[in-house]
Ligand binder design. Structure first.
Ligand code: DLL
Length: 434
C-alpha cells in the first residue's frame, strides 16, 4: 500500500486536508487494518499482546473495533529497548531518534525512507497551516540530534520550499545575531525559549517587536493561551501551536491553523486519536482525558493505542473540517502535582502569572516538605520596570487568584531579575526538593 502524499500546488492544501469526514474515516479504516496486521506480523510484542487479548487483525472491521486492541505504554518501549518494537529489518531503518525520559532509559524510535518522506510532508503541511509560504526563510531553533524537533522540522521546512537556517537550540546571543542579520520570516522553537530569545534581544539593545519574524511555530511543551498573548505582544508576530511526540513521529502530529488559532488539528490521515478516562475507557469528543494515538502509516515503528499521558480533549475540525483538533494540553498526567488533595498543573499557574502585569513570565514551582505536609512555593521574577510596591501587589494578587481558581494556598516569593533558570528548549517548571 502506498502512503505517499503530495501537496497540491495551487492551494497548498494537501489532498487529505480536503477530504470529507466520511472519506477520511474510510481511509483511516483501511490504514488501521494495514497497521494492525503489519504490527501483528512483524513485532512479536504485538502478536503476544493481541493473542493474549484474544484479538486478531481480521477482527478490525470498523474504526470502533480499535477498542478491542490493548494499549501500549512508555514502559513497553523501555522493556523492548532498543529496537524490539521495530517492524522492519534494520537495513530498512534509515534513521533513529531517541528521547530521554525522567526515569533513565531512552525511548528509541525508527523511521524507514517512507516514514521520513511522510514526516517531511506533515511538517510542510503544518508550516503551511501556520501561514508559512514557499520562499520564506525559517530559523529552526529546535535542538538537532537525537531529539526529533530539530531534524524533523528541518526536512519539512525544505519540503515546503523554504530556506532553512539550522540554528538548533542554545547559544542565545547568536540566535539574536542570526535573526537580526538573516532576517528570517518564521521561527521554530519552544514557547519558553522564544521568550528567552526576546529577553536576549532586549539585552542586546534591540526591539524584539522590530524583528523580521512574522510567525512562530511553538511546541514541544505545554503552553497556555496567556503565554501565547505574551509572546505575540512581546515579539509582534503570530504564535501557532505545533504538537507531536517521538513515539508517533516527532513534531507535526498536529498543528494549529494561523487563521483560527484554536488548537492543533491532528493530521488524522496518519494518526488516529482517542481520549480515555481513568478506567481506560474511550470518552466522547469534547470530554477531557488522556490522549491515545495509533499510527496509521508508520512502517518502521507502528504504535497501537499508545498512551501519551497528555491531558486534553478532542474537538471538531474548523479550518480543516475533517481533521479533529485537540484543546490546549493541560499537562501530562506525570506533571500533575497533588497538593493536600488538590490537583494542580504548572499551566494553571502560568495562566495566572501571565495575567499580572507586574510579574514576568519567569517562574518556577518548588515542592518542599514542612513537617509531614507538602508545600508548594511559586518563585517569580518581577517584570522589569515594575516598582517594588507593584511587584508585591502583583504577588498577592497571584496568590489570591491561585486560591480562587485552584482552591489551594501556595507560598509565593519574589526573586531578583535574572536569577531563575532560562529555557533553552523544554522548560522545567517544577523542582521537587522533598
Ligand atoms: O517534543 C516533539 C516536538 C518537537 C513537538 C518540536 C513539537 C515541536 P518528545 O520529546 O517525545 O517530542 O515530547 C513529547 O511533549 O507528549 C507532550 O507532553 C509535549 N508536547 C509536545 N508538543 C506539545 C504542544 C517532542 N504543542 C511530549 N503542547 C508530548 C503541549 C506538547 N505539549
Amino acid at each position: 500500500m502506498s502512503h505517499t502524499t503530495q501537496l497540491t500546488a495551487e492551494s497548498g492544501l494537501h489532498d487529505a486536508e480536503r477530504l470529507s469526514r466520511d472519506e477520511l474515516e474510510a481511509l483511516q479504516l483501511e490504514r488501521l487494518q494495514w497497521t494492525v496486521r503489519h504490527a501483528y506480523e512483524n513485532v512479536p510484542f504485538y502478536r503476544q499482546k493481541f493473542d493474549a487479548a484474544g484479538v486478531h487483525p481480521d477482527d478490525i472491521r470498523a474504526l470502533s473495533d480499535i477498542e478491542r486492541l490493548p494499549f501500549t505504554t512508555k514502559d513497553d518501549l523501555r522493556q523492548n529497548y532498543p529496537f524490539g518494537l521495530f517492524a522492519v529489518p534494520m537495513d530498512q531503518v534509515r534513521r533513529i531518534h531517541a528521547s530521554s525520559g525522567t526515569t533513565g532509559r531512552l525511548t528509541v524510535v525508527g523511521y524507514t525512507d517512507q516514514d521520513l518522506e511522510n514526516w517531511a510532508d506533515l511538517i510542510a503541511r503544518s508550516l503551511y497551516a501556520s501561514g508559512v509560504r514557499p520562499g520564506w526563510k525559517v530559523h529552526n531553533a529546535y535542538g538537532y540530534g537525537l531529539f526529533t524537533g530539530g531534524l524533523g522540522a528541518h526536512a519539512g521546512i525544505e519540503r515546503l520550499g523554504c530556506t532553512v537556517i539550522p540554528m538548533s537550540g542554545g547559544q542565545t546571543e547568536k540566535q539574536v545575531q542570526l535573526i537580526n542579520d538573516f532576517q528570517p520570516d518564521a521561527i521554530m522553537c519552544t514557547p519558553s525559549y522564544l521568550l528567552t530569545i526576546a529577553d536576549a534581544f532586549e539585552a542586546a539593545g534591540l526591539d524584539p517587536r522590530a524583528s523580521s519574524l512574522k510567525v512562530a511555530i511553538c511546541g514541544a511543551e505545554p503552553w497556555t493561551e496567556a503565554m501565547r498573548h505574551e509572546i505575540e505582544a512581546r515579539l509582534d508576530l503570530k504564535a501557532v501551536d505545533i504538537y507531536g511526540l517521538s513515539e508517533m513521529m516527532g513534531p507535526g502530529v498536529g498543528n494549529e491553523c494561523v487563521e483560527t488559532q484554536d488548537g492543533p488539528h491532528i493530521w488524522e490521515d496518519h494518526f488516529l486519536p482517542e481520549i480515555i478516562d481513568d478506567e481506560l475507557r474511550q470518552v466522547a469528543d469534547g470530554e477531557q482525558g488522556e490522549l491515545v494515538f495509533t499510527t496509521l502509516t508508520k512502517e518502521a515503528f507502528p504504535m497501537i493505542r499508545y498512551r501519551t499521558r497528555d491531558l486534553t480533549s478532542l474537538l471538531p475540525g474548523t479550518a480543516r473540517p475533517a481533521h479533529r483538533r485537540i484543546a490546549k494540553i493541560t499537562g501530562r498526567n506525570d506533571d500533575m502535582i497533588i497538593l493536600r488533595g488538590v490537583n494542580l498543573f504548572p499551566t494553571q499557574i502560568e495562566e495566572i502569572v501571565c495575567e499580572i502585569p507586574a510579574l514576568s513570565t519567569h517562574f518556577i514551582l518548588e515542592l518542599t516538605k514542612r513537617g509531614t505536609m507538602d508545600h508548594l512555593t511559586v518563585k517569580v521574577e518581577a517584570r522589569e520596570g515594575a516598582s517594588d510596591a507593584e511587584a508585591a501587589d502583583g504577588l498577592r494578587l497571584m496568590q489570591k487568584r491561585i486560591k480562587d481558581r485552584a482552591g489551594t494556598t501556595l507560598g509565593a516569593e519574589l526573586v531578583d531579575h535574572g536569577t531563575l533558570p532560562r529555557s533553552e528548549g523544554k522548560l522545567k517548571r517544577l523542582y521537587d526538593l522533598r
